[in-house]
Write a protein that binds this ligand. Structure first.
Ligand SMILES: Cc1cc2nc3c(=O)[nH]c(=O)nc-3n(C[C@H](O)[C@H](O)[C@H](O)COP(=O)(O)OP(=O)(O)OC[C@H]3O[C@@H](n4cnc5c(N)ncnc54)[C@H](O)[C@@H]3O)c2cc1C
Length: 383
């Protein structure tokens, strides 16, 4: 399909990303999965190579490039080498954390956090989810109360990506229990904050080298200068930034789906059964034809979303449509691709087997498929 999404600069960037991945990621990614950890120096090298944080303004050491097509290129190349745990951390930095740091911080905070973010010496995380509140963010119980020139945070977060490695966590907490949706605020919690502890690294079924953790706050003393944005607007900030996170999920989903699909087409041409390549069975060709069509249709939607995002016009509803549709497509396509690999598909050494477990989370985090449909459905029937 002729996408007409990219220009020369994007293709030149693709070469940079490819070269970086071939050198710094491909040779090590299986070892990282076995170790359950990606060394943090890798992120410093990635930041230096411009694999993420491109959007940071030049005065803070970045390139000041906000064009989301560069993120798309990074997603495609990371998917092509099947480095999905690495890719999630990169996405977490660019699609989640950075947007908060760029849009909501004051000048002093920008000076404190952005240069480190740009060199990879500050890894960020975003902590919304709690043991009792995931989809229902209004149910968050982590609290923050003012004490002189600090805030004291109490509570617990769970499922926080890069929770162990992070140096700076954007934490959502309740600052006024009586104020309903205006009772939440965001805080930048730095790693050595007294009273802030990380729990265990959670034992997931997929993305083995991506760290996901519980965080605990016990009278954690956070300077008042670490309040992000205005007090009471936390929930509003989360809602306005979730479309970017959801576009990130769609971008990763599309890239991984296409990469696994292309690897599967090649596999069906090489694998023989009953004296012929399995691609010669009409059933196989129909499977491939259906998947190719669905992927191309989804590509058109995601490309359109990227253009809308670049133009400041991606709505929460349109981001929700892409998020659920493309992540569900990913789940279906990878399952069908695994089937076409037969028993080999079930082996971890085959990318399709790894992708099967590594991508299962995509319909859950960033807002579940059901919550996406709620957002779309409510919009359709309201007023
Ligand atoms: C690997 C991983 C990484 C994550 N990273 C982060 C992170 O970095 N930061 C962060 O804050 N969170 C993170 N999360 C949390 C993730 O966003 C939540 O798990 C997700 O939003 C779902 O919340 P929950 O787990 O509490 O499920 P629940 O909200 O308990 O949902 C359970 C089921 O009920 C359904 N449901 C809930 N409400 C409704 C409704 N109104 N209508 C219909 N169905 C409904 C859901 O769709 C789901 O099927 C991560 C999770 C994982 C597993």
């Amino acid at each position: 399909m002729d996408r007409r999404l990219y220009e020369e600069d994007h293709e030149a960037y693709r070469e940079t990303v490819r070269e970086f991945l071939a050198r710094e990621v491909e040779p090590h990614k299986d070892q990282w999965d076995d170790d359950g950890w990606i060394p943090r120096e890798v992120y410093a090298s990635a930041a230096e190579a411009g694999i993420y944080a491109l959007q940071v303004p030049e005065e803070y050491g970045g390139a000041g490039v906000a064009d989301y097509r560069f993120r798309m290129v990074a997603c495609e190349e990371i998917a092509r080498v099947n480095a999905l745990s690495f890719g999630l951390t990169i996405s977490l930095q660019d699609d989640l954390v950075l947007a908060y740091l760029l849009d909501l911080t004051d000048d002093e905070q920008k000076k404190r956090w952005l240069p480190g973010f740009t060199t990879g010496s500050i890894i960020g995380a975003l902590a919304m989810t709690e043991p009792g509140a995931g989809s229902d963010l209004r149910g968050m119980r982590t609290s923050a109360r003012r004490d002189g020139d600090s805030w004291l945070l109490n509570g617990q977060k769970t499922f926080i990506s890069s929770g162990i490695m992070s140096d700076l966590v954007v934490v959502a907490a309740c600052t006024d229990p009586g104020a309903g949706s205006s009772g939440f605020s965001l805080f930048g919690v730095e790693k050595d904050t007294p009273g802030f502890e990380r729990g265990r690294k959670l034992d997931k079924i997929g993305l083995p080298s991506q760290d996901t953790a519980e965080l605990f706050f016990d009278e954690a003393r956070v300077p008042a200068t670490n309040l992000i944005g205005e007090e009471g607007k936390g929930l509003q900030y989360l809602m306005s930034h979730l479309p970017r996170e959801r576009l990130g999920v769609s971008a990763k989903a599309l890239a991984t789906t296409r990469a696994i699909f292309e690897q599967t087409v090649a596999y069906t041409r090489e694998r023989n059964a009953f004296g012929q390549p399995i691609s010669d069975f009409q059933h196989t060709r129909f499977e491939l034809a259906e998947m190719a069509t669905e992927i191309d249709v989804a590509t058109a939607y995601v490309d359109q979303s990227v253009r809308a995002y670049n133009g400041g016009k991606l709505t929460p509803v349109d981001a929700a449509k892409g998020k659920w549709f493309v992540s569900e497509l990913q789940k279906r396509v990878i399952d069908r691709c695994l089937q076409l690999h037969g028993g080999y598909g079930f082996m971890r050494e085959y990318p399709v087997g790894k992708a099967y477990v590594d991508t299962r989370i995509q319909t859950i985090y960033g807002g579940t498929t059901e919550i996406m449909k709620e957002i779309i459905g409510r919009d359709l029937v309201s007023g």
